[in-house]
Design a protein around this ligand. Structure first.
Ligand code: SF4
Ligand code: FES
Length: 525
C-alpha cells in the first residue's frame, strides 16, 4: 500500500489506482465528466484536474496513477480557475436550456457551474446551432447541442455491450455523437446511456417531460422481469412509477439494467388494475367489499371440501410471488386447505443473453424451489391431467395473469372445474369463467424478498401503498385462512421471513434487515 495525502488527509492507496479512485473512496469530491467507474479512462473533459506536489502542471485525477508519498490538492486557486476555464469552454456552444431540460436537477454541468462557474461570460458570438431532437432508436433521444463529447455513451457500446453502435462524427465544434449511417440503436441495454450521460444530451423517450426529477421519491427494489434480479430504484410520485433506474450491485448487475426491466413497469400504473375483490354473481363478475369477497371464497371452498374432500382443491404458486407470499401460500395449502395438490407454474421462457438477461421471465422461481415447491409443469400439464381426471375440482391460483396467458386452452380447462379463485393485479386474459378475483399488490407496493437464479436473496421495498384495495398475496391468504379458523400471526413481511430463516434450510440464520442493499447468498436448493 502507498501512503498519499489529498487535501491534508493521509490515505492508504492501492498501487495502480488513480488519484480520482482514491479520492472517491475517501469521500473527497473531485468533479469529473468523462470518467465512469465501469468504462475505460478517456481523459477528455479535463474537469478533474488537480495540483500534485513536484509536478509543474495540473494533472487529470482520473488518469494519474498514485505514487508513494504523493501530495495532492484538489481545491487550490489554480485548480478552481482551471475548472472554471473548462466550464466556460464547454458552455460556449451549450444551449441555456436548463428551464426546459429533463436533466435539470441531476445535470453535472449545471451542478458544477453553480459551484465552480458563475463567471461573467466573455462569449459575444452566436452559439453554434445543432440538431435538437435526434431519434437514436426505440428509447433514446439525442440533443446534439447539449452534448459535451465526453464519449461515455460511445465507450458504453464499445466496451460493455460490445455492439459499437455510436461514434463521433465531424470535426472541431461541429463534432457530434450519432449512430452509423442507416442504423438505429438496437441494443437491449440502450437505456443505460441516458443514465451515464452527465448532461441532458441523451434523454429517455419514456420519461422526458413527464416530471421534474426533484419531485420524485426513490425506493430501492429488485427488477421482477427475469431471474437475474437486477437491483433497481423505483422513481415514483403520488402512487405512480415514473421511471426505473439501475442501482449498483457489483454481485448482480454492476451498474446496468436491460430495457425490458427499465420500461416493463407499466402494468403497475395501468388502467386495468383490479381495485376491489370481484365475485361472480347472477350478472357476472361484480366488485364487492373484502368482507364479502372473503366470505364468498370461504363458503365455496368449504362446499368443495365437504363434497369432494380437501385434496380436490389444487393450489398454484406463481414465480412472481415473494418468498414470504410463497411460504404463507404453502402453509395455506397444507394447514388450512389440507391438500397435497400444490405446485407452481414455472416462469415463462424468453430471450436471453450472456450479459444480464435471463431466459426465465420471473424473479423468484429459485425461491419457490428453495422452499420445496414442486412444478405443475411448463404448461401446467400435471395439473391438467388431474383436472381432466376429475381429481381436482377447484383451483386456488396466485399470479392469475401468468396462468391465463401461459396455460394452453385455459378456458376449456377452467370450464371443467367447479370453482376457481385467482389472485390478480391486472384484469388481463379470459377472466369470465373465474368465480372470484382477489386484487393483489404489485412488487412496488409491498415489502419482501426474492431469490435470484444464483441463490441470492434480495429485498424489495414498498414504494407506495397498494393501488385501490389490493393487498400483498400473503395478506390475502391470511384473510381467507382466518375464515377457516387459522390465524397466521404475521404483521409484516419481516415476520414471515424470520420464520422462513428458522424453518427453511437454504435461509437458515439469514436476518431480514442484514440482507441490506446487496442481498445475501443462500445455501442453495
Ligand atoms: Fe457524453 Fe452524453 Fe455526449 Fe454521450 S451524449 S458524449 S454521454 S455528453
Ligand atoms: Fe478526468 Fe474527464 S474526468 S478528464
Amino acid at each position: 500500500m502507498y501512503k498519499i495525502t489529498i487535501d491534508g488527509k493521509e490515505l492508504q492507496a492501492e498501487p495502480g489506482s488513480t488519484i480520482l479512485q482514491v479520492a472517491i473512496k475517501a469521500g473527497i469530491d473531485i468533479p469529473h465528466f468523462c470518467w465512469h467507474p465501469a468504462l475505460s479512462i478517456s481523459g477528455n473533459c479535463r474537469m478533474c484536474v488537480v495540483e500534485v506536489e513536484k509536478m509543474p502542471k495540473l494533472q487529470t485525477a482520473c488518469s494519474t496513477l498514485v505514487s508513494d508519498g504523493m501530495v495532492v490538492y484538489t481545491n487550490t486557486d489554480k485548480v478552481v480557475k482551471a475548472r472554471r476555464g473548462v466550464l466556460e469552454f464547454m458552455l460556449i456552444n451549450h444551449p441555456l436550456d436548463c428551464p426546459v431540460c429533463d436533466q435539470a436537477g441531476e445535470c453535472k454541468l449545471q451542478d458544477y457551474y453553480l459551484i465552480y462557474g458563475k463567471y461573467e461570460s466573455r462569449f459575444r458570438e452566436e452559439k453554434l446551432k445543432k440538431r435538437k431532437v435526434v431519434d437514436l432508436g426505440a428509447n433514446v433521444i439525442l440533443d446534439t447541442e447539449r452534448c459535451i463529447l465526453c464519449t461515455r455513451c460511445v465507450r458504453f457500446f464499445n466496451e460493455i455491450t460490445k455492439t459499437n453502435e455510436l461514434g463521433i462524427f465531424n470535426r472541431g465544434d461541429h463534432s457530434e455523437i450519432d449512430t452509423y449511417p442507416g442504423k438505429k440503436l438496437e441494443s437491449i441495454y440502450s437505456g443505460n446511456i441516458v443514465d451515464i450521460c452527465p448532461v441532458g444530451a441523451l434523454t429517455s423517450k419514456d420519461f422526458r417531460f413527464k416530471c421534474r426529477v426533484w419531485f420524485l421519491e426513490r425506493t430501492p427494489s429488485i427488477c421482477t422481469l427475469c431471474s437475474r434480479g437486477c437491483n433497481i430504484e423505483i422513481h415514483h410520485r403520488q402512487g405512480r412509477i415514473y421511471r426505473i433506474k439501475p442501482r449498483v450491485n457489483m454481485h448482480v448487475n454492476q451498474f446496468w439494467i436491460c430495457d425490458e426491466g427499465r420500461y416493463g413497469y407499466k402494468f403497475v400504473n395501468a388502467e386495468n388494475r383490479i381495485l376491489k375483490p370481484v365475485v361472480k354473481g347472477s350478472s357476472g363478475l361484480v366488485p364487492v367489499e373484502w368482507e364479502v369477497g372473503v366470505i364468498d371464497v370461504f363458503m365455496n371452498l368449504s362446499a368443495i371440501i365437504s363434497k369432494y374432500g380437501s385434496g380436490s382443491i389444487a393450489v398454484v404458486a406463481s414465480p412472481y410471488l415473494t418468498n414470504e407470499d410463497a411460504y404463507v401460500l404453502m402453509k395455506f395449502a397444507r394447514e388450512v386447505i389440507n391438500t397435497e395438490n400444490f405446485g407452481y407454474l414455472p416462469a415463462r421462457r424468453g430471450s436471453y443473453d450472456d450479459f444480464l438477461l435471463r431466459a426465465e421471465k420471473a424473479p423468484n422461481e429459485r425461491g419457490l424451489l428453495n422452499m420445496g415447491w414442486k412444478t405443475w409443469g411448463d404448461g401446467a400439464e400435471l395439473l391438467r391431467e388431474k383436472i381432466n381426471n376429475r381429481m381436482i375440482r377447484a383451483l386456488y391460483v396466485t399470479g392469475g395473469e401468468g396462468f391465463l396467458s401461459q396455460v394452453k386452452d385455459v378456458s376449456d380447462l377452467l370450464s371443467i372445474l367447479d370453482y376457481k379463485v385467482f389472485h390478480m393485479s391486472n384484469r388481463e386474459g379470459e377472466v369470465d369463467s373465474i368465480n372470484a378475483i382477489l386484487p393483489s399488490a404489485t412488487f412496488a407496493e409491498k415489502d419482501g424478498t426474492f431469490t435470484n437464479f444464483e441463490g441470492r436473496v434480495q429485498r424489495i421495498n414498498r414504494a407506495f401503498g397498494p393501488v385501490g384495495e389490493s393487498l400483498p398475496d400473503w395478506k390475502i391468504i391470511k384473510r381467507i385462512s382466518m375464515m377457516f379458523g387459522k390465524l397466521f400471526p404475521y404483521e409484516k413481511a419481516e415476520d414471515i421471513f424470520k420464520e422462513i430463516s428458522e424453518k427453511v434450510t437454504s435461509y437458515k440464520g439469514i436476518d431480514y434487515l442484514a440482507i441490506g442493499d446487496e442481498g445475501v447468498l443462500t445455501d442453495g436448493i
